[in-house]
Structures are given as structure tokens and as C-alpha cells.
Design a protein around this ligand. Structure first.
Ligand SMILES: Nc1ncnc2c1ncn2[C@@H]1O[C@H](COP(=O)(O)OP(=O)(O)OP(=O)(O)O)[C@@H](O)[C@H]1O
Ligand SMILES: Cc1ncc(CO)c(N)n1
Length: 268
């Protein structure tokens, strides 16, 4: 059994954060574990509240996981404050965590802010150097690189800047850019455009969380980074294209699209 850990915030509406991650890892046949950084009160229309856990309790959760069922891969999502980021960094180093995917979550699909301004610089300094892959979307890439992205050439430029600064592979996700869903993977000094068709579906709550936990699942199984990202992109595309339509705002994906293609007798 391959094992993956998500370190992220809980989404009460089940489409993003910890819930999306656990569904995704489970759909990949991977044993999922969670270290919860915060509770959020949110639904498909927005986030109404955030309650961070204490540093001590976050570290206690990490100790419990890493001293028992050691994860083959780790995905990090929403971490809203400096102290929690430093605690995660300390514990990842202490336990020599493998296959670390960092999704630098800043703003929810609904537009709500999920990290403080001060915490962004700590994220860069304490967490990015530990990442085996960084997965910013275009607005996050702009913030991290410090340049505006108007064209695909800008996307390449900003992604290279981040790669050179932090020394880790970068996947710049194109879900917020242009008429396609092309993502840019920069790894080992080479550019790989991962082409994607854009589906005309407003229900994209949690696409980023789902992609990063699918990548972590694939890495836990031993796939190369490029293969892990390509497979994850296909999984997300199919979960969007399944056209589930829940909630009053931007609804969640169908993480279980594959299982629901099986007949009931197979599942039970
Ligand atoms: N409408 C769409 N059709 C097809 N693929 C999409 C669509 N929207 C996003 N994607 C894909 O989903 C993945 C996540 O990208 P996106 O840019 O949406 O991340 P994100 O902004 O971090 O997500 P979130 O909205 O959850 O914060 C990428 O592989 C992207 O290409
Ligand atoms: C808890 C949580 N993490 C990440 C996102 C980004 O989609 C969200 N909306 N909620």
C-alpha cells in the first residue's frame, strides 16, 4: 500500500483542501493521511471563517504521522500563518520527508484570501527550498516571481525565475489563463508545455488541491515527476469534464468519476 500525507486546511463544503485531497488520494488507491492546518467555514460561494490550529498541535499531528505510518509523498496546501509554516518546515526536515509537493495556496476559487501577506515571504524562505515540486497558478506565479503575466512567454519567464531562485521544479498552472488549460512544467532546466483542453464548466472549486494531491499520489507510487504531473492533469480534466453541478457558486469536481463508471456490483 502506498501512503500519502496532506498538510492542508479543512473545507467544510468538501470540494477543496483536506477533503479534496483525501478523496483524490483514495481514488488513486493510495492510503491517505492528514495533518490539518486550519478549519475553514466555506462553501461554493465563499469562505466565511478560518480557525488555525496552534503550532504545537500541528507539530503533534506531524509527529504522530511520521513516527508511525511514514508517507511516501507529502502534499502541502493552505497554511495561512508564518508560525505554522515554520513548524511544517522544521518537521519535514526532522523526518526527512520524501516527494514534497507544495501548492502555494493564496486565494480560493471563490475569491477569498487564504494566507496573510507576511506569511507569503515565510512560505518562500522556509518551505519552497524543501519542495520537490511547486504548483502555483498564474496569479500566484505573478506574486512569487514579482512580474505580471500577460502572455505565455511571460509565463515561461516567471516560471524560470522561480526555478532559478528556489532550485526546485515548478508547475505553473494555466487554469486562470487564456482559452486553453495548458500548464507549464519547468524541470531540470527544460520547459515542458502540458497541453490541456479548457472545459466550459464554472465548477472548478478545488482544481488546484486536487491536482497537487493527484501528483503526490502518483509520486508515492514511484512515477517520475513528469509522468506524475501528466497523469494528474488527466485525472483533474476528467473530474471537471464529468460536469457535476453542486451548490450555488463554483461547485466541486467529481473526484470519483472513475469509480462511478464501474457498475455497483463491482464497487460492493
Ligand atoms: N476549465 C478548465 N478546463 C480544463 N482544465 C482546467 C480548467 N480549469 C483548470 N484546469 C486545470 O486544473 C488544474 C488546476 O489549475 P488551476 O489554475 O485551476 O489551479 P488553482 O487556481 O490552484 O485551483 P483553485 O481554483 O483550486 O485554487 C490545471 O491542470 C489546469 O490546467
Ligand atoms: C481549505 C482550502 N484550501 C485550499 C483552497 C483553494 O481552492 C480552498 N478553497 N480551501
Amino acid at each position: 500500500m502506498y501512503k500519502a500525507l496532506t498538510i492542508a486546511g479543512s473545507d467544510s463544503s468538501g470540494g477543496a483542501g483536506i477533503q479534496a485531497d483525501i478523496k483524490t488520494m483514495t481514488a488513486h488507491g493510495v492510503y491517505a493521511m492528514s495533518v490539518i492546518t486550519a478549519l475553514t467555514a466555506q462553501n461554493t460561494t465563499g469562505v466565511t471563517g478560518i480557525m488555525d490550529v496552534s503550532k504545537e498541535f500541528l507539530e503533534e499531528q506531524m509527529d504522530c504521522v511520521f513516527t508511525d505510518i511514514v508517507p511516501d509523498a507529502v502534499k502541502i496546501g493552505m497554511v495561512s500563518s508564518e508560525g505554522l509554516i515554520r513548524s511544517i518546515s522544521k518537521k519535514l526536515k526532522q523526518y526527512g520527508a520524501q516527494n514534497v509537493v507544495v501548492d502555494p495556496v493564496m486565494v480560493a476559487t471563490s475569491g477569498s484570501r487564504l494566507i496573510t501577506e507576511e506569511a507569503i515571504s515565510v512560505l518562500k524562505e522556509a518551505l519552497f527550498p524543501l519542495a520537490d515540486l511547486l504548483t502555483p497558478n498564474v496569479p500566484e506565479t505573478e506574486v512569487i516571481a514579482g512580474i505580471k503575466i500577460k502572455t505565455k512567454e511571460d509565463m515561461v519567464k516567471a516560471t524560470k525565475m522561480i526555478y532559478n531562485r528556489y532550485g526546485c521544479p515548478v508547475l505553473c498552472k494555466g487554469g486562470h489563463f487564456g482559452n486553453d488549460a495548458d500548464d507549464l512544467l519547468y524541470i531540470d532546466g527544460e520547459i515542458h508545455w502540458l497541453k490541456g483542453e479548457r472545459y466550459d464548466n464554472p465548477n472548478t472549486h478545488g482544481t488546484g488541491c486536487t491536482l497537487s494531491s493527484a501528483i503526490a499520489s502518483n509520486l508515492s507510487k514511484g512515477y517520475s515527476m513528469i509522468e506524475a504531473v501528466k497523469l494528474a492533469k488527466t485525472y483533474v480534466a476528467k473530474a471537471i469534464d464529468d460536469n457535476m453541478n453542486l451548490g450555488k457558486g463554483r461547485g466541486p469536481l467529481n473526484h470519483m468519476w472513475k469509480i462511478m463508471q464501474c457498475d455497483d456490483n463491482f464497487i460492493f
